[in-house]
Design a protein around this ligand. Structure first.
Ligand SMILES: Cc1ncc(COP(=O)(O)O)c(C=O)c1O
Length: 407
């Protein structure tokens, strides 16, 4: 389409009075319905497998059956996993907070700020934790194989105040990328080159969220790190937010028993324990062997047509040669790169036409995409008809922003 045709199409969208939202990676109600069986599943039987009572206080590391479920998702031993409340983001926030006093001592001694490495584009709320706690963020390029490990090694060698790195190693938010085995192996060695207090936040939020039958495989960082005696640097994180109920699921933190003990002590000043009744509901819901896999296949069947539609619509842009996008095999997002300088303009055009997109820059620390080119699409929540309308608007806006810039 030429500029004039695009302007006409755009003004038609303006008149259509749309109100559509592609901003956040939320499950749709059909997905949430898959877990309605949680409700009432306990039938007044609150007795845990260790004889405890789920309704009472205690058990900060979680009930045994929930820790086992977390271990299944994270590929760890139950003793290495804590089961907590409904949000893994909260766990990450608290873990970073728990390390701040240790890191601050080093900050005072060296007069150098605490820093985290942030592979970009990445998850905005990871960056927000750093921003909130006054941690400086150093962006690191994401390659096809995962973060640029040569760059990371150099940065860590040069600056001992780099204390952490955010990773979404499988079906990354927003690119959908899974880290290659060579990348994971290098992560296992990282702590050998940093101080004792360096932490890898291995946020495996999409560990079991395949969109295709044969999903991608991620190597087990913990096993590799244990081989190098670096297990204390590894924090594996997951939740059932996109498995059962996004707002009423269960989060997991996997790490060395050393780390878990220290973290348990930190948490004990703010809670006596998490919601064990909900933990038990989840454990019973997934107690049959293979039930978790079967459940995730049901999610896949709902989501894969939505991602196929995104690909189908974006294919219209193929001939422009300046707009690239990812084709994820799992997870919740598609990441689009426009020609530099056009992300904000595209998102603002879409907003005028009634389609909300994640703000430009959100996938970068401090909300600043230096090239202003990344747009994150979250296709899971709308129904397929709304998604199709929203994508038509987006495709028009991407083309229009480009055509106007070429005038
Ligand atoms: C990478 C990543 N981590 C964590 C979360 C939040 O998870 P939770 O609901 O367990 O706090 C999300 C949600 O979108 C995410 O994309």
């Amino acid at each position: 389409m030429n500029l004039q045709e695009l302007e006409i199409q755009f003004s038609n969208f303006l008149q259509a009075d749309l109100d559509l939202d592609l901003t956040r990676g939320k499950p749709c109600s059909e997905q949430l319905d898959l877990s309605n069986g949680l409700d009432g599943i306990l039938k007044e039987n609150y007795t845990l497998e260790d004889g405890g009572d789920a309704r009472n206080y205690g058990g900060l590391l979680g009930i045994p059956e929930a820790r086992r479920l977390g271990a299944e998702i994270l590929n760890l031993e139950s003793a290495q996993v804590m089961a907590a409340g409904n949000s893994s983001l909260t766990l990450m926030f608290h873990y970073v907070s728990s390390m701040m006093p240790v890191w601050r001592i080093e900050q005072q001694q060296t007069n150098t700020p605490i820093k985290f490495l942030c592979p970009v584009p990445g998850y905005d709320r990871h960056f927000k934790i750093c921003q909130h706690l006054g941690i400086q963020m150093l962006p690191v390029r994401l390659l096809e194989s995962g973060p640029d490990m040569n760059e990371i090694a150099q940065l860590i060698k040069a600056d001992p105040m780099i204390k952490g790195i955010w990773c979404v190693p499988k079906y990354s938010n927003p690119t959908g990328l899974t880290y290659a085995a060579t990348t994971v192996a290098r992560f296992a060695e990282l702590a050998s080159h940093s101080g004792d207090h360096f932490r890898i936040f291995w946020d495996n939020a999409y560990a079991i969220h395949d969109l295709v039958e044969q999903g991608s495989k991620l190597d087990n960082l913990m096993l590799l790190a244990e081989d190098k005696s670096n297990q204390d640097s590894v924090l594996m994180i997951a939740s059932t937010s996109k498995v059962t109920f996004a707002g009423a699921g269960m989060a997991f933190l996997g790490s060395s028993t050393n780390n878990l003990e220290r973290f348990e002590d930190y948490l004990s000043s703010q809670t006596i324990g998490y919601d064990k009744v909900n933990q038990l509901r989840h454990a019973r819901f997934f107690q049959d062997p293979g039930s978790l896999d079967r459940h995730m296949i049901k999610h896949r069947k709902i989501l894969s047509p939505k991602f196929a539609l995104v690909e189908h619509k974006l294919l219209q842009l193929r001939e422009l040669n300046v707009i690239n996008w990812t084709r994820p095999m799992g997870g919740y997002f598609v990441s689009v790169d426009t020609q530099p300088g056009l992300a904000q303009e595209t998102i603002s055009l879409a907003a005028q036409a009634g389609v909300k997109l994640t703000p430009a820059g959100a996938t970068y620390p401090l909300g600043i995409d230096p090239e202003d080119r990344n747009i994150r699409i979250a296709p899971t929540f709308p129904d397929i008809i709304e998604l199709e309308q929203a994508l038509d608007v987006l495709v028009c806006c991407l083309q229009l922003a480009l055509a106007r810039s070429q005038q």
